[in-house]
Design a protein around this ligand. Structure first.
Ligand SMILES: [Zn+2]
Length: 155
């Protein structure tokens, strides 16, 4: 499965919520898991494989891979600033400001409601992947000069 890299149009489109919690969704989650493991990444969103759906994975501190469907941010607070990577921007790690804590709800693969609070790196991962579902990338979180530098590096 090919990972879409910038400037693939799949990365700048808003993803649609999942309506059917069926075998197709399970297959998509399994596929995302395979890529995440192969790439030793901390997170991946469905649109990075070309599926414009609100589905992503994040790897937690305890190594567990959390499946997130139809996420909603309830509250975010605090601030952290640090380097962030993305499978769609190979070799690029700009410093990005994120909330330190995120309180969110989502659905699991069976359509059951889940809720939780993410801290530090997990919050960064969650917010990064959440951005993907909105059609946003690293580029939407840096200033103009940094954006220009990244685009030059992507060539
Ligand atoms: Zn990414």
């Amino acid at each position: 499965m090919n990972i879409k890299t910038w400037p693939d149009s799949a990365l700048s489109k808003k993803c649609a919520p999942v309506e059917k919690f069926d075998e197709r969704l399970t297959n998509l989650l399994e596929e995302l898991t395979d890529v995440l493991k192969d790439e030793k990444a901390l997170g991946i969103c469905a649109n990075q494989l070309g599926f414009l759906e609100c589905v992503f994975l994040i790897k937690l501190k305890n190594e567990e891979i959390l499946e997130i469907v139809n996420p909603e941010i309830l509250e975010q607070y605090g601030e952290q600033f640090g380097p962030e990577g993305c499978l769609s921007f190979r070799g690029i790690f700009p410093n990005i400001k994120r909330a330190k804590n995120v309180h969110a709800k989502w659905k699991n693969r069976n359509g059951e409601e889940k809720e939780g609070v993410f801290y530090d790196l997990e919050a960064r991962e969650f917010l990064h992947e959440f951005d993907h579902t909105l059609g946003k990338t690293l580029l939407d979180n840096v200033n103009r000069a940094e954006r220009k530098r990244i685009l030059k590096e992507m060539k």
